[in-house]
Design a protein around this ligand. Structure first.
Ligand code: BGC
Ligand code: MG
Length: 538
């Protein structure tokens, strides 16, 4: 029996095929390489892989610039190898989802090549054109560091085309039913190959209307609801995950009444985890949780600490952004657009206590967690690489040549070389061998999440301990109660945690027992310590 709500209980792992493992020695990771590493995910406890775009692409935006939606970038392998990856993953009960980049194509896509040559081309109306660049002026520019306008001049047809991202990524025109049709056929093509769903890229921007921000428009939702209905009709049990970097009141609309996306990323929470840790004050996390509207029973939030993009600071106030920038990227080279291009471990000073604490929050708060490849071993970043490439360096498997990633002389990217994060110190082989490594802690957290289904529910209650430096909350179901207790500070905290059901508690990590004392738990927490306390009832 297929559990149609599997995505509520899953731990997701975001992986770059390019960066993961090179099986044929050409310096680029590939599908066959990823397939060889499936046991790695199985032993970590991963339920679902999200593959960054693998389509044919000139690769000017990490593959988010697609030139053929039906072809796989040949450097990653063949359709047969992709089918084999799916088969082998499914054999291990690991699901695989792909990125679906609906909003735009590459300027190298044949549709755009034809469209930009001739206004009479049937593909002309696949894109968004204007004689003036003064239309849709209320739409913000997203790639602030590189783009000066959302319009770019096209000489051949003497008009501008519309793009929300790089100027080499023209937006598709979703007012044209032919575009919707094409995109749905592409969706069908990959679903029939056996994938388990899509992380849908940049969904707020499908439709433009003058006098609006051109984001989150009702017409956009109408198309996405059609998409969901289409997917459900094709093959039930697939997931659609929404990437909308927006406020909860807007994001929740992408879940609809359970008839649009099943999962939506929670963007506002992510920077507030870092803020709370830097301030040693849980208020930002509590605030983010209070903003979350309730969601349909069949839906889920997607939570994450990092991903392949800059740590985005779009969903914070100006003051909060300045705080994050000054605290987490004093070196200005780390700033990109409205964010910070750093990986998890360097952001948290490569301090094991802080890195574990952040993961404890990720895994104990409501939502399905998404890990970013390499963060489970504490990989570093390289600020000297262009754009976000410094977060997309080869996975570090061993301390050996090319970090065990490839046998090639030349790789698609440099490997991290700062001594603290170099493969000699940071690699999978060493992490797996050492029982106390970060990798093993994360493996344990994932296992606990699987064992305690209460973590996958929507139930969540903040517990006020009158201590701002703590973050304490209760996850409760009919069968169990778990208190997640966090010390966000670098000092010892003495906490009085009120408990409603008088009970003794056991920490799921250490099996240490904590006894209730007149409806309170008296706890002494080491700096950055966390506990997952399960109530021992009856
Ligand atoms: C992806 C980015 C990409 C952008 C344009 C995003 O939201 O996460 O990596 O550059 O869409 O496709
Ligand atoms: Mg290769």
């Amino acid at each position: 029996m297929v559990d149609q709500y599997w995505y509520q209980k899953s731990v997701f792992y975001e992986v770059s095929v390019q960066a993961f493992y090179d099986s044929n020695g050409d310096g680029v990771g590939d599908l066959a390489g990823l397939t060889q590493k499936l046991d790695y995910f199985a032993s970590l406890g991963i339920d679902c892989l999200w593959l960054l775009p693998i389509y044919e692409s000139p690769m000017r935006d990490g593959g988010y610039d697609i030139s053929d939606y039906r072809k796989i970038n040949p450097v990653y392998g063949s359709v047969d190898q992709f089918a084999n990856l799916l088969q082998e993953a499914h054999n291990r009960h690991i699901r695989v989802i792909m990125d679906l980049v609906m909003n735009h194509t590459s300027d190298q896509h044949p549709w755009f090549k034809a469209a930009r040559e001739d206004r009479q081309s049937p593909y002309h109306d696949y894109f968004v054109w204007s004689e003036t660049d003064q239309k849709y002026l209320d739409a913000r520019i997203i790639f602030l560091d590189t783009e000066i306008s959302n319009w770019t001049w096209n000489e051949a047809t003497q008009e501008y085309y519309w793009h929300r991202f790089y100027s080499h990524q023209p937006d598709l025109n979703y007012d044209n039913p032919a575009v919707i049709d094409e995109m749905f056929k592409i969706v069908e093509y990959w679903l029939e190959m056996g994938i388990d769903g899509f992380r849908v890229d940049a969904v707020p921007y499908l439709i433009e209307r003058d006098g609006t921000s051109c984001e989150n428009l009702p017409e956009t939702h109408a198309i996405l609801k059609q998409l969901r209905a289409f997917v459900d009709r094709e093959v039930p049990g697939k997931v659609l995950i929404c990437e909308a970097n927006q406020w909860p009141k807007d994001v929740v609309k992408y879940l609809g009444r359970g008839d649009e996306f099943q999962v939506a990323f929670d963007f506002p929470l992510m920077p507030r985890i870092y803020m709370a840790m830097k301030k040693a004050d849980s208020a930002p996390i509590r605030w983010a949780m209070e903003q979350l509207p309730s969601i349909p029973a069949s839906c889920q939030w997607g939570t994450f600490l990092r991903n392949h993009d800059e740590l985005t600071l779009e969903m914070v106030s100006e003051e909060e952004r300045q705080f994050m920038w000054s605290e987490y990227s004093a070196d200005r080279r780390y700033r990109l657009n409205l964010g910070i291009r750093r990986r998890l471990a360097p952001l948290l000073d490569n301090d094991r206590r802080k890195i574990e604490l952040a993961h404890s929050l990720l895994f104990s708060l409501p939502g399905s967690p998404f890990l970013y490849y390499g963060d489970e071993i504490g990989m570093g970043d390289d600020v000297t690489l262009y754009d976000r490439n410094g977060l997309r360096t080869p996975m570090q498997w061993t301390s050996g040549n090319n970090a065990g990633f490839s046998t090639a002389g030349q790789l698609y990217s440099r490997i991290i070389s700062q001594p603290e994060y170099a493969p000699s110190r940071v690699n999978v082989e060493a992490a797996e061998k050492e029982p106390g490594s970060l990798w093993h802690v994360i493996q344990k957290m994932i296992a606990l999440r699987h064992d305690h289904t209460v973590f996958s529910t929507h139930n969540f209650t903040w517990i006020d301990c009158h201590e701002a430096r703590s973050a304490v909350f209760r996850r409760e179901s009919e069968n169990e109660t778990i208190l997640a207790v966090h010390n966000l500070s670098d000092t010892v905290l003495h906490l009085e945690v009120p408990v409603t059901r008088a009970a003794n508690y056991v920490d799921l990590f250490t099996s240490r027992q904590y006894n209730e004392d007149e409806s309170k738990l008296l706890l002494a927490l080491e700096p950055y310590q966390y506990l997952w306390l399960k109530a021992l009832l009856g």
